[in-house]
Write a protein that binds this ligand. Structure first.
Ligand code: MN
Length: 204
């Protein structure tokens, strides 16, 4: 099997009350597990592709065989996006970023609060299912984007360093249709130390 479902880096209830235990159990054990299983199914019989990292597969999505491209886009995207999502949350998260990503956010958006407003509005405004992202370039530039379904910025040649899942399965059990409330609460668990590490990994 090429890809393995990663364990959560904390307990299922660790992000309470902002992200509830029941949602985390279903989200990780059912949804993320399903994307992982279907990604492996799509790659069955393609031993050459199983040697690649998920980042390589997604950034080269247009070059994959046509008959598996949609399955890898959807399920490989789901595999990668959720792995990143778990890692950019922490029970010790929240607050404001310091370090280089904190400085870059202030330079780009004017202030942390303006960044939060832009990011939340972009994620809230994604029609239907999708993700909100903070994207970094090797020269340090930052931008905020959203993508539909399980797409992500890697598919367009960019690297996400922070992402939030705005599929209803990410918040409906606790927040029902209140995506904005979920996003307001989500800021309390953002793991800025991980975002800083992600930023440094992108910088040239
Ligand atoms: Mn999800």
């Amino acid at each position: 099997m090429a890809f393995t479902l990663p364990d959560l880096p904390y307990d299922y209830d660790a992000l309470e009350p902002h992200v509830d235990e029941k949602t985390m159990r279903v989200h990780h054990d059912k949804h993320h597990a399903g994307y992982t299983r279907k990604l492996n199914n799509a790659l069955e019989g393609h031993e050459d592709l199983q040697e690649h990292s998920i980042e390589e597969l997604l950034s080269g999505i247009e070059n994959l065989p046509a008959d598996i491209q949609t399955d890898v886009r959807n399920n490989g995207g789901g595999f990668y996006n959720h792995r990143l999502f778990w890692n950019v949350m922490s029970p010790d998260g929240g607050g404001e970023p310091t370090g280089d990503v904190g400085s870059a956010i202030e330079d780009t958006f004017g202030s942390f609060d303006e960044f939060k407003d832009t990011f939340s509005a972009t994620a809230a405004g994604q029609f239907g299912s999708g993700w909100g992202w903070l994207v970094a370039e090797p020269n340090g530039d930052l931008s905020v984007v959203s993508t539909p379904n399980q797409d992500n910025p890697l598919m367009e040649g960019h690297t996400p360093i922070l992402g939030v899942d705005v599929w209803e399965h990410a918040y409906y059990l606790k927040y029902q249709n209140e995506r904005g409330t979920y996003l307001d609460e989500w800021w309390n668990v953002v793991n800025w130390d991980q975002v800083e590490d992600n930023y440094h990994n992108v910088l040239a």
